[in-house]
Design a protein around this ligand. Structure first.
Ligand code: FAD
Length: 370
């Protein structure tokens, strides 16, 4: 199909910045660009009917790392780098809350819990390092971050002590993305869905973009495609599928908060009197290194089994729905935000806490453009 003269003139001419991907990074980048350059013509292209990667698929933990995750990071990153990583997540969450407001994202500060399997000695390691980590994070929170709590939710087959973090919260992921999309559109930024960018090439002062429907030119191109990045650029970012399920509403559900289990490989939370439960990538890292949205029997059966034996041992429940999302991971936890040429930039590899850092990464990406 040929585009009309009008379509080309109104939508695809004199574009200052084109952003590929309408996840939290692409949309945050668009917002900050518009603040910096109110007259700029900004276009966001999204291959899905909705944003279709991780930003609308995630668990909605407003978190910055459980005690065991931070200890794990300290094995491969310097102390200062780990501190900076946690700070970035805390600052990013603050920016998200300020940009959209707690009501719009349904932010709830129920706190976060880390649970430990019976057969694991990780709790003992965490307890021995608790004070050290609390001291490390003191400049950031001014208060103790990690403390212990007894098993008040009566989970089974776990140790009777949890590590509790009062600063962790939860959001409604769908409401957050809806609010972000509305805010971006209200600033006059165009978002076009069902268009996949297939390739691009740089001229002296512009970038030619080939999409699934046609070709056009843009002055600058920002790539915010996270787990799908390797389809367009050559950077250290691999797709990592994450599978999730949600129960039907459970009468009198007593569980409230965000929960990390087995070194963060599993995570669950309450939402609308249901339990949302995800994880299990460690059961098949190779198979889950994919951009294909799908659920597997191995992981879904394990999730259901943990629900039955650990989380809801005496409570009848039914699974209502299952889905998956695609994250972007690499060899380190650091995001990749950089120019790739004179007029092409990327902000990718958000990892497992991209809701926390997404707004900030979008802002950093926008700031790369002079
Ligand atoms: C199941 C799951 C649970 C998670 N839980 C949490 C959590 O509780 N807390 C947390 O902080 N983080 C969580 N995350 C991580 C977080 O969701 C991501 O890090 C974050 O959403 C990444 O945002 P993004 O904008 O970089 O990428 P995405 O949201 O993936 O956006 C990239 C967009 O680019 C589009 N795209 C890709 N290629 C093209 C192309 N060629 N042309 C046009 N468009 C394209 C995609 O369709 C997609 O919409 C979770 C992720 C998953 C999958």
């Amino acid at each position: 199909m040929s585009l009309s003269y009008w379509e080309i003139k109104s939508w695809f001419t004199n574009i200052d910045v084109t952003i590929v991907g309408s996840g939290i990074v692409g949309l945050s980048c668009a917002l900050h660009l518009k603040e910096q350059h109110p007259k700029a013509k900004i276009l966001v292209l999204e291959k899905g009917m909705l944003p279709q990667g991780a930003s609308t698929k995630n668990a909605g933990f407003a978190c910055f790392g459980s005690l065991s995750e931070i200890l794990e990071d300290l094995k491969s990153h310097a102390e200062q780098d780990v501190f900076n990583l946690v700070k970035k997540r805390v600052d990013g969450l603050q920016l998200l809350r300020e940009t959209l407001g707690d009501q719009a994202i349904n932010y709830k500060n129920y706190g976060g819990y880390e649970l430990f399997l019976q057969e694991d000695d990780l709790l003992e390691t965490c307890l021995s390092q608790k004070e050290y980590l609390n001291n490390l994070l003191q400049p950031l929170f001014k208060k103790e971050v990690f403390s212990t709590k007894p098993n008040s939710f009566h989970f089974k087959n776990i140790k009777e002590t949890y590590i509790f973090n009062p600063f962790e919260g939860q959001i409604d992921t769908g409401s957050m993305m809806e609010a972000l999309l509305q805010k971006v559109q209200s600033k006059g930024i165009k978002i076009l869905n069902n268009i996949a960018v297939e390739s691009f090439s740089e001229d002296n002062n512009s970038v030619k973009v080939k999409t699934s429907s046609h070709e056009f030119s843009t002055s600058k191109l920002c790539i915010a495609t996270n787990g799908f990045a390797s389809q367009l650029i050559n950077e250290d970012v691999k797709p990592a599928r994450a599978q999730v399920l949600i129960t039907k509403p459970i009468k009198g559900l007593h569980i409230k908060g965000t929960f990390h289990l087995d070194k963060g490989y599993y995570y669950f939370r309450n939402i609308d009197n249901r339990i949302l439960f995800g994880g299990g990538r460690n059961l098949d890292f190779k198979g889950e290194t994919t951009t294909e949205f799908a659920q597997t029997e191995l992981i879904q059966n394990t999730l259901e089994n943990i629900l039955k034996t650990v989380i809801l041992p005496k409570i009848p429940f039914e699974i209502e729905h299952r889905w998956s999302g695609i994250m972007g991971l690499g060899n380190t936890k650091n995001t990749i935000v950089k120019p790739l040429g004179n007029n092409v930039y990327c902000g990718v590899k958000l990892g497992g806490m991209g809701i926390a850092i997404g707004s900030l990464v979008g802002q950093e990406l926008a700031q790369l453009i002079a």
